[in-house]
Design a protein around this ligand. Structure first.
Ligand code: GLY
Length: 354
């Protein structure tokens, strides 16, 4: 048994013992602070340090949590250097960027989403528009683009030179049998892509952001360019309510990043919120979600030589009291938090160490 696995089991036993003894197991970093119960509070995936700062700035001005989280993730969507989200996201197998996003608003328990959206930099804003200006929850592909156009969203080419070159290297190194040839002296270019984008089996990214505003209301958003080199039209977990994100204004919010296919078949964001409703802490709920992905991952091609997932999925959660956590299947990944004092990265829990 790996050390981290043993540590996890020991921690799990400690959680149970502490719960029985009526003591809180949570470290200080995960406890609600002395500020007003619950909020304001913003959490995000590890690429969301600037996002939580922006979201908190807006929430501190008295805005709704949804305004804050969308403004926060817009930073990543607009950033050409974040190759997992919005503008500059890694494209599909045809070299076209296709974006997925969803928002969920706690106070009126409504949601909106778009999937396989092309040419629009901020899919999270279109997702909000779907929620507010249609009788639907999810629009996809050409219909989503027409809807965005109708609301005045500007179309633009989302492929940066950096993402196009990464795609071209992938394309040219796919097969020795096809007609795409790598540049002379560039036969090891698959490694260069790895150096650029730190692959973990395949390239996934995404930002999730959840918040509690000054009124104690909860909202969340997830936005992504999805799996790099995907088949055109592939939709991951991010825009699927209950999978890539979920919130309940009376309980809390949750979201995910990582291999969407693994989360789509077990809808862990809604499960995390329901586990928190039943009394689990955010960390316990996120770890339970990780274990659920492991248990349901039964295809040999998606397992390592010890039967563990050959991919990663991370979860993020906050509850109404202002407790928060993240957990991943693999390794201690950081997540971003702003509790009204400062934006910082905290270590998440995990099941296995690489
Ligand atoms: N979790 C993001 C995706 O798989 O598209």
């Amino acid at each position: 048994m790996s050390t981290s696995r043993r540590t996890f089991l020991q921690r799990a036993a400690a959680v149970g013992a502490a719960a029985l003894a009526g003591h809180s197991f949570l470290p200080a970093s995960l406890k609600a602070s002395a500020r007003a119960a619950g909020g304001p509070l913003v959490i995000a995936s590890g690429n969301g340090l600037a996002a939580v700062a922006k979201a908190m700035e807006i929430i501190q001005q008295g805005s709704d949590a949804l305004d804050g989280v969308i403004a926060g993730v817009n930073i990543n969507e607009n950033d050409p250097n974040d190759v997992s989200v919005g503008y500059g996201g890694l494209p599909n197998e045809d070299g076209v960027v296709e974006l997925d996003s969803a928002v969920m608003h706690g106070p009126n328990h409504m949601a909106g989403a778009v999937a396989s959206l092309r040419n629009i930099k901020n899919p999270s804003k279109v997702a909000r528009m779907v929620m507010e200006r249609t009788d639907h929850v999810l629009l996809v592909g050409e219909g989503a683009l027409r809807f965005a156009r109708a609301h005045g969203f500007k179309e633009e080419d989302l492929l940066t030179d950096r993402s196009r070159e990464a795609w071209l290297k992938w394309k040219e190194n796919m097969s020795k049998e096809d007609a795409w040839l790598p540049a002379h002296g560039d036969s090891d270019s698959a490694k260069d892509i790895g150096d650029l984008f730190e692959p973990y089996m395949k390239y996934t990214g995404t930002i999730h952001c959840s918040a509690i505003d000054k009124q104690g209301n909860i909202s969340c958003v997830t936005t992504t360019s999805g799996l790099a080199w995907k088949i055109s039209g592939r939709v991951g977990d991010s825009p699927i309510i209950g999978a890539g994100l979920y919130c309940d204004n009376e309980v809390g919010a949750a979201g995910s990043t990582g291999r969407g296919e693994a989360n789509l078949i077990s809808c862990n964001s809604v499960m995390i919120v329901e586990w928190m409703r039943a009394g689990k802490s955010p960390e316990e709920a996120c770890l339970t979600a990780c274990k659920r992905v492991v248990e349901k991952n039964r295809q040999r091609r998606l397992q390592d030589d010890q039967g563990r997932p050959a991919f990663n999925v991370s979860f993020y959660a906050l509850n109404k009291k202002g407790e928060h956590a993240s957990a991943s299947i693999w390794d201690q990944k950081q997540y971003a938090v702003h509790d009204g004092t400062s934006a910082r990265l905290l270590p998440g829990a995990y099941l296995y160490k690489k």
